[in-house]
Ligand binder design. Sequence first.
Ligand code: NOJ
Length: 489
Amino acid sequence: MRFKGFSRRRFAKIAAWSVFGISVRPSTAAANAASGFAKAKFANFPDNFLWGTATSAYQVEGAINEDGRGASIWDRFTHLKGKIIDQSTADIANDHYHRYKGDVQLIKELGARAYRFSIAWPRVFPEGTGTPNPKGLDFYNRLVDELLANGIEPFVTLYHWDLPQALQDRYGGWRSRDTSQAFADYAGYVAERISDRVKSIFTINECARLVQAGFGTAIDAPGLSLPQKEINQVRHHVALGHGLAVQAIRAHARSGTRVGPAENMEICIPAIETPANVRAAEIATREFNAGYLTAILEGKYTDGFLAYAGADAPTFTPEDLKAISSPIDFVGLNVYMPNHYVIAGENGEGFFPLPFAATYPHMDSNWLRIGPEAMYWAPRHVAKLWNVKSIYITENGTSAADRLSGDGKIYDVDRIMYLRNYLTQLQRATSEGIPVEGYFVWSLMDNFEWSDGYEKRFGLYHVDFKTQRRTPKLSASFYQEVVKRNAVA
Ligand code: NOJ
């Protein structure tokens, strides 16, 4: 099915190019004949490559006081003055809680076969632990059933930052290992009840961001600015929470349930692709991700990490590291931008991170540096360094200015440019045999972008937050084409 308003006929009409006032209607056939170019060939992704799209509970659901949901740290945070750029909250957000059926149809229109969403812990355990609220899980049961009825595979994330406020009040949240245990209990409870239909579970979304922005720069809930030692301890508790949750899922889920993290790893890119620089980028990847991904995949904190942290190193036991490195089935990677360009150090040893130029280009969000090759190197490093056999790109996408044009459409060519370039690099990865099994574009629709409120739009569908109307952007047609061809369009 084509999107209404983006039909070929309509394009032919708009595509009368105006060059110096002269209107020229381009003819692709004529242009091809004149150029002598061969008919376009599209570089395919592997058969069965899974195309999907993603959202998270707090960013889309709304309905924060319905059906017994408890408060989350993000409810508390958004209601504090000055924390969210446009003073907004996600009390209503996309009202997805009530509109999920329509939203499933949006996924279906893209042709996507997978949807990654998160479960709000405070819906299931309003107090974080203790008595569950069955109505909370009911919502996700309805959503899962609706997805399956429409031929869309559910991929569930258990923690996308909306910690029950009760745990923040009781334990200081992730500052305490009690929260790691509470997370595992919640994970086991959910896995037992959904694994008859949900086969793939992500534990925690973006440990790196939740620790740094929540406990360092105070941009995210709970809005703390802790000393480095405590930040390292928080990260250790999050890693422990991941590991204990993996164990709980194994203990309670049906056999065959797959589990892994979804991390925004620090992506290290060889500035020039020579063997020495590639090696340097691998060494850098291990060290820059030492507090989480490396610990999960190696069962230890690297010597470099411990030496650098010195007295600020986290307190841990060998049992903790064993739990943290519980075997996983896949690694999810949220890929947005390059974090470091590196070259080999002197005499070809170690690595040397290069500074970013002040004018380095970025997308609409100023943190979102453009570097499509991040999409090649992230999965390649993970596969090569740790012999990981199954990788998903759990998020990739961009904010864009998304102006409504005179005809009421959104021609977001900058988002298409971004996606096309990143997907080209992903295709390079899969064509070299790097085991990426699927890709989830972020995001299905515009939503609550954390401290950027509703000012930054990441969706393939535009959302009018006053009317809740969803309108496909041109990038939705682009993605539809990618999915249909199983190739970069
Ligand atoms: C990663 C986060 O997981 C998601 O919640 C956020 O909206 C996107 N990045 C864009 O910032």
